[in-house]
Design a protein around this ligand. Structure first.
Ligand code: SF4
Length: 322
């Protein structure tokens, strides 16, 4: 094991049964996550990228055990969390928190901001009212909210402020790891940068590790140290930010990158539009799952599933051509 790994995920699978008929017979499975492995080190951000429906959010929810894994293993430090029951999971839950995409939907509209941010302190920390208020005020200040907003309700905050509330709540138990599930996708572009910069500052100050789930490669490039690309429930390429953005190896990564806007208006990049739709995660293509959309596919790709292999010590890919 990498000595600095805070999170270690090995061959994680999450399948959802597809049921039919009055007796709810299982007729197949949605292979939402199908053998995903990665580590996240101390004070590191791993970006997890892919199109909608590729399974990236399911990875985050399974990691934090909002969903039960079908198989595989999840370690937080040296502790295996994979099959812990809720009582035994509780002390570990403090160390791993989640920020959700839609700050409005994830905050209870009937609770004040003070109660939202302090709720987890009631469950886990048993502080006195005064201690809790002091801690909530500190958290407000730390995420750039004013303490005189503590008795406001979620609808009285802007979208960016609501996401700051979500971040304050996630920080309340001093976690080691935060799963950020599309944390800026619902925000205006100008606000996105502020929230991403806040997350980066908090990481440096508090020594946090992030799994940053996003479909937006430009945002991922800004915040991630390493990046993993997912397609149909599997990681197809993983490497440092530099590996992925300067030397992409998987044809799917290449096509995602070709669609990222270049800030220089004079510069032009050939956009390689992917043909066809993402295949169903219930009936996935045989061989390489990407072969139905890959411009380089050969007969072998239709027959044989490529295995993930190292290209360098930091960069791995699952493609027959590399
Ligand atoms: Fe394309 Fe074949 Fe590589 Fe799959 S294995 S990405 S189909 S070249």
């Amino acid at each position: 094991m990498n000595s600095t790994a805070v999170i270690r995920v090995k061959d994680l699978k999450k399948y959802f049964p597809v049921r039919k008929g009055v007796f709810g017979r299982t007729v197949g499975h949605v292979h939402a996550v199908d053998g995903v492995s990665f580590d996240i080190n101390e004070v590191e951000t791993l970006g997890l990228v892919g199109e909608s429906g590729c399974g990236k959010s399911t990875v985050g929810r399974t990691l934090i055990r909002l969903l039960e894994p079908t198989s595989g293993s999840i370690y937080l430090g040296n502790d295996e969390l994979t099959h812990l029951h809720s009582k035994d999971l509780r002390p570990h839950r403090k160390k791993m928190q989640m920020i959700f995409q839609d700050p409005f939907a994830s905050l209870d509209p009937r609770m004040t901001a003070r109660d939202i941010v302090g709720e987890l302190l009631d469950v886990h920390d048993g502080l006195t009212r005064k201690e809790k208020d002091r801690r909530v005020a500190e958290l407000f200040e730390r995420v750039g909210l004013r303490s005189n907003q503590m008795d406001n309700y979620p609808h009285e905050f802007s979208g960016g402020q609501r996401q700051r509330l979500g971040i304050a709540r996630a920080l309340s138990l001093r976690p080691q790891v935060i799963i950020c599930d599309e944390p800026v996708s619902a925000l205006d572009v100008s606000i996105q940068a502020q929230v991403v910069n806040l997350l980066a500052e908090l990481q440096a100050e508090l020594g946090l590790s992030y799994l940053f789930i996003s479909h937006d490669l430009a945002v991922v490039k800004h915040i991630s140290h390493r990046v993993a690309i997912m397609y149909l429930g599997r990681i197809v390429e993983i490497g440092t930010r530099r590996d992925l953005f300067e030397n992409p190896q998987h044809p799917y990564t290449e096509s995602l990158l070709s669609a990222v806007p270049i800030p220089d208006p004079k510069a032009r990049r050939k956009v390689r539009v992917l043909q066809g739709d993402v295949p169903s995660p219930i009936n996935r293509p045989k061989g390489c799952h990407f072969h139905t959309r890959c411009p380089y596919a050969t007969d072998r790709c239709e027959r044989e599933d490529p295995v993930m292999h190292d290209i360098t010590s930091s960069h791995a890919v699952a493609c027959h051509l590399r």
